[in-house]
Design a protein around this ligand. Structure first.
Ligand code: G3P
Length: 217
């Protein structure tokens, strides 16, 4: 499963990229706001730092304007994936940009039928939002399972990019379910390394090592 970092914070991206933990990046208007940066400038900086796909989202709501915005974003770098919302206009935009050879990430997906439409419109990625379904007392992972089955039934090439990932358990479940990609904030990715038994074991090793009176360096 590929790891994308869900942020426009270049320092957080760099730290994970240096470790080989950032196969791509996803941004959205809320994350651009949080970064305090200009969308074109920060997207260019991220796309230079990361060789994998970097999603940049359009903000127009009508297809012609979305297509124009998408073309402008796509010009930033060859690894830009234009992100469009799962609306009818977003699907029209997806078809046009995909036919032009641009990667498209269709976002704000909350149903299997929406994912089916995105695949038929030629999407490179479909982004089902797990955490936001969980917020409604639904099981977001059910949606990942349904999309996986549908895409496999018909051999759709669209990659399932599990988004709105908020916990380490979400990451495990995505990997077990066969999501192609998961995108999470850097704190969730870093939390994957933590386990209380690791901390406890390390503490004991350090105590015992101190008693040996030895040094390695
Ligand atoms: O990738 C989508 C993500 O940014 C949304 O996450 O936590 O706001 O639902 P969240």
């Amino acid at each position: 499963m590929k790891f994308f970092v869900d942020t426009a914070d270049v320092d957080a991206i760099r730290e994970l990229a240096d470790l080989g933990m950032a196969d791509g990046v996803t941004t959205n208007p809320s994350l651009i706001l949080k970064s305090g940066r200009d969308i074109l400038e920060v997207t260019r900086e991220i796309a230079e730092m990361i060789s994998g796909p970097v999603s940049a989202e359009v903000v127009a709501l009508e297809a012609d304007a979305m297509i124009a915005e998408g073309r402008k974003l796509a010009k930033i770098a060859p690894n830009i994936a234009v992100k469009v919302p799962l609306t009818w206009d977003g699907l029209k935009t997806c078809r046009v940009l995909s036919d032009e050879g641009t990667m498209v990430n269709v976002t704000l997906c909350f149903s299997a039928n929406q994912a089916l439409l995105a695949a038929k419109a030629g999407a490179t990625f479909i982004s089902p939002f797990i955490g936001r379904l969980d917020d409604m007392n639904l099981d977001g992972m059910d949606l990942i399972r349904d999309i996986r089955e549908i895409y496999d039934n018909y051999n759709f090439k669209t990659e399932i990019l599990a988004a709105s990932i908020r916990t380490v358990n979400h990451v495990t479940q995505c990997a077990l379910t066969g999501a192609d990609v998961m995108t999470a904030p850097s704190n969730v990715i870093k939390a994957l390394a933590s386990h209380p038994l690791t901390d406890k074991g390390l503490e004991q090793f350090m105590k015992d090592w101190a008693k040996t009176g030895q040094k390695i360096l």
